[in-house]
Design a protein around this ligand. Structure first.
Ligand code: SAM
Length: 287
């Protein structure tokens, strides 16, 4: 009954207005919205129409396409459209692969000036993914004082970046975090029922807004590990290919790339070789 009630109250959108919104979303975020995403667009943007006191999607589309549309409006619209589903230690096996990889790096007898690790979590949503990475890093590197460690977490959606950088999660959001990790890496406030990431973990991460499709992704140092999970599914095959090439350029020699469970790279690929399920290694020119 609840669903029927909600549907009957839902705004409707004309096909032409839907297409114009889909074009704008594609132009700014590279996200492809097929005709089956009409209801998604209506439900995600209805709140924005209410805030702007606009009675119809036609009016909203006119506003979005006006020459003087404030740039923040495009940001609000993209923030509302993105799907941000995530959770702690999603695809647990990836964190086992990461931990093994990190332990191997630590075991290598490198000179102090090469003890540097850069990890990029490229569609970090509300933060559970970069914090899961940071907990894994901490477990391996705790006590290794000479190592220079940094995790960069980025997303196109500025709302999720603000949420993530606060590092506060409810009991429900913490359901995949073990009791041991909760005690070690979070502080719990009874009055608010909120778990807050401890500074030891928080300080490993910097959050930045990065658009994977339209930003250059020119970093000033090579990245050792990239997590780019469950975001390529929203892109066209051309955009996916272009992004994989950009990620290939960002990665250092034999750097590791983690993709989402339904995202894979063809087995015969010039740029990457298979390591484990949806985990790839950058091929070096001598391979
Ligand atoms: C489904 S979530 C995946 C979160 C996390 N990587 C995981 O696997 O749990 C997809 C994220 O990709 C972000 N996103 C979508 N398009 C993007 C783009 N063009 N550039 C950067 N991030 C984007 C969304 O804002 C969203 O937070």
């Amino acid at each position: 009954m609840h669903g029927v009630h909600t549907l009957s109250k839902m705004q409707s959108i004309k096909d032409t207005d839907f297409q114009k919104i889909a074009d704008i979303v594609h132009r700014y975020a590279g996200i492809t919205l097929g005709p089956n995403k009409k209801n998604l667009v209506v439900s995600r943007l209805s709140g924005r129409l209410r805030q702007l006191e606009m009675p119809t999607f036609s009016e909203y589309v006119r506003y979005l396409r006006a020459r003087n549309v404030p740039p923040e409006e495009i940001r609000h619209m993209i923030n509302a459209i993105t799907t941000n589903t995530t959770h702690f230690f999603r695809e647990q096996h990836h964190f086992e692969v990461l931990e093994n990889y990190l332990r191997k790096i630590v075991a290598l007898k490198m000179p102090a000036n090469q003890k540097r690790l850069r990890i990029w979590c490229a569609a970090s949503s509300t933060g559970q993914e970069p914090y899961s990475i940071a907990m894994t890093v901490y477990r391996v590197f705790h006590g290794q004082t000479v190592w220079d460690l940094k995790i960069m977490a980025s997303d196109i959606d500025t709302n999720v970046l603000t949420f993530a950088s606060r590092g506060e999660y409810s009991e429900t959001e913490m359901k995949n975090v073990s009791a041991l990790d909760k005690a070690r890496f979070f502080s719990w406030r009874e009055a608010t029922s909120v778990y807050t990431v401890k500074p030891t973990i928080r300080k490993l991460i910097v959050f930045r807004k990065i658009n994977l499709i339209y930003d250059a992704l020119d970093f000033n140092e090579p990245i050792d590990v990239v997590f780019c999970r469950n975001v390529m599914i929203y892109f066209s095959s051309e955009n996916r290919e272009a992004l994989l090439s950009k990620l290939h350029r960002c990665l250092g020699d034999r750097g590791i790339l983690f993709l989402g469970h339904s995202e894979s790279i063809p087995l015969v690929n010039r740029q990457f070789e298979y390591v484990d399920t949806t985990v790839y290694r950058k091929r070096s020119p001598n391979d």
